[in-house]
Design a protein around this ligand. Structure first.
Ligand code: MLT
Length: 250
C-alpha cells in the first residue's frame, strides 16, 4: 500500500484521488477550525470556495440553524457570523448549528479532491485519531494521499510538517508503506520539529502573518497536538465527525 504526500494542491492528479482516502491538511487554520467546530457540537461543516455560494446556501436554511464562517486575507468576511479563528468555534456558538465555511486555501483544497473514496480533514489537533483510522484503510489495502492545502498554491511548512507526522506515525505503527518523495521529505520535517509546534510556527511564514494580523493566540490552538480526538470526514457535501470507537472520547 502507498502513502503519497502532495505538498501543494497543484500536484493533485486523478490517480492521487480515485479510489483513495485523501486527508486534507490546512493547519493554519481551516482544518483546526473545522475539527474544533465538530468537537463543539456543530452538526456539520459545509465547505465552499465562493463567498456568494455560502451566502446563497444559508438562505435555504431556517433562521438560526446555520452560521456563516470564513475569511479572506485571514480576516472575517463582512456580514458573516464567524471568521476562521478556531477560538471562535466554541460550543456556545456552534452547538447544533450547521457551519457554512469558506476560506482562501483550505476549503478549496478539500473540494478539489471530493471524488476520492473518502476525504478526511486533519490537523495537529486530531492527528492520532486520524492516523488510527487511516491504519484500518491501509491494512485493508486502500492507498492514502495526504494533501497539504498550502498558501495561495505554494508550499506551507506547517502543513508539510503535520503530513510528515502522520506518515511517521503510520510507519512507526508497523505498516510497510511505499512512499513518494513528498512523503519522505515531510518525514524529515516532522523529525526536525517533533512536537515543538512553537518552533515550527516561528519558522512558518503564514504563522508569522497571522501573528502580525493579531491572531497570535490561534497558533496555540492550531499547534496543540491531539487535543481533539475525532475523525472528520467529508461526504455528501458535509464534514461531520465519524463515530469510530477510538474517536468517541472527544
Ligand atoms: C485558508 O484556508 O487559507 C486559511 O485557513 C487561512 C487562514 O484563515 O489562516
Amino acid at each position: 500500500v502507498r502513502v503519497d504526500v502532495l505538498l501543494t494542491p497543484g500536484e493533485v492528479t486523478p490517480a492521487h484521488v480515485t479510489g483513495r482516502v485523501v486527508v486534507v491538511l490546512d493547519i493554519l487554520r481551516a482544518s483546526t477550525s473545522i475539527v474544533t467546530a465538530l468537537r463543539g457540537g456543530a452538526r456539520a461543516v459545509i465547505p465552499f470556495v465562493a463567498t456568494e455560494d455560502a451566502v446563497r446556501t444559508a438562505k435555504q436554511y431556517a433562521r438560526g440553524e446555520v452560521l456563516l464562517a470564513g475569511e479572506r486575507n485571514m480576516v472575517a468576511i463582512p456580514g458573516f457570523d464567524l471568521g476562521n479563528s478556531p477560538r471562535e468555534f466554541t460550543p456556545e456558538r456552534v452547538k447544533g448549528h450547521t457551519v457554512l465555511l469558506t476560506t482562501t486555501n483550505g476549503t478549496r483544497a478539500l473540494l478539489s479532491v471530493e471524488d476520492a473514496h473518502e476525504v478526511l480533514v486533519a490537523g495537529f489537533a486530531n492527528c492520532a485519531a486520524t492516523v488510527e483510522y487511516l491504519r484500518t484503510h491501509l491494512i485493508s489495502g486502500r492507498d492514502v494521499t495526504v494533501l497539504c492545502a498550502g498558501t495561495d498554491g505554494a508550499f506551507s511548512l506547517e502543513d508539510a510538517t503535520c503530513a510528515g507526522r502522520i506518515v511517521r506515525l503510520l510507519v512507526s505503527s508497523g505498516l510497510f508503506l511505499h512512499r513518494n518523495d513528498g512523503a519522505r521529505v515531510t518525514e524529515l520535517l516532522a523529525h526536525r520539529y517533533g512536537p515543538d509546534t512553537g518552533r515550527l510556527f516561528a519558522d512558518a511564514s503564514h504563522a508569522r502573518r497571522l501573528a502580525e494580523a493579531g491572531f497570535g493566540a490561534d497558533l496555540d490552538v492550531c499547534g496543540a497536538i491531539d487535543t481533539v480526538p475525532l475523525v472528520a470526514i467529508y461526504r455528501d457535501r458535509a464534514i461531520t465527525r465519524l463515530d469510530v470507537p477510538s474517536a468517541s472520547a472527544a
